[in-house]
Design a protein around this ligand. Sequence first.
Ligand code: AMP
Length: 304
Amino acid sequence: MKIAKTITEARTWIAQLKEERRNLGADPKIGFVPTMGYLHEGHASLLRRSRQESGISVLSIFVNPIQFGANEDLDRYPRSEEADLQLAEREGVDLVFMPSVDEMYPEERKTTVTVTGVTERLCGASRPGHFDGVATVVSKLFNIVKPDQAFFGAKDAQQVAVLQKMVNDLNMDVKIVPCPIVREEDGLALSSRNVYLSEDERREALVLSRSLQTAEAKIQQEADATPAEIVSEVTATIEASPLAVIDYVELLTFPNLKPLDDDQTMKSLRLSEQSIILAVAVKFGSTRLIDNHIMKLKEVPLHV
Ligand code: AMP
């Protein structure tokens, strides 16, 4: 496994890996998994997909300062270089790109990639500037790594929607591949930030996956349920946890992330074959967790 700390090194190694694959008559396609490190099984699942579906598998580890707001956790974001490299090696990564902040942003930046529309709600609304930071760094990383496909977790569903829009709008020659959310056995979505949770917060954090699961059952089974009813039920379930402070609970179309009309019942959504997303962001102390379910409404027998 090669490790590149500079952009020049990354480009050189990638050219060399491609050349080696071509000489072997093997697949020279690049699969790419961008991360901020402190890797867990969720990241590992993306690396596995990348390994299975591409001849060359590239991982980046970069805690991108421009996607953090002034009062967010940039300074205490967890890091574990050695463990990350071990996990990468285990998952068959060919190249790890781990640049410094100075390498990525050597001078005052005058270019920002802004995706509008899909960034208006959810984390786009509660973390102003966050998706500008994400779209800008991912564009830079795509220009450095030149991947054929890039793998992203549905845990950050809005990020997937934003990047899909960016790639389409700017004709970037890369396929965005969304991958399922990996959870702990008890349902908590894996996140590098779970390490911040106290024992009590960790126990209460289960309310996210639990409330989403109950709501999904209602959405799939109750034809007359309205978006407002679903949202208020999830809100009430989360509010019953004393340590939880809700940032948002929203039911939107996916991937356009538009609000649903209150007169749209689950039955009418089913007929329109619209995919929807139920997304939550909740703070436990200073730790902000997100989770979501994306659903394609299925035709269900209504006599149950
Ligand atoms: P991060 O290091 O948090 O920026 O995440 C890097 C990538 O891993 C993003 O595409 C995330 O969506 C993905 N990811 C993080 N947690 C999970 C998870 N629990 N399941 C699947 N993918 C995840």
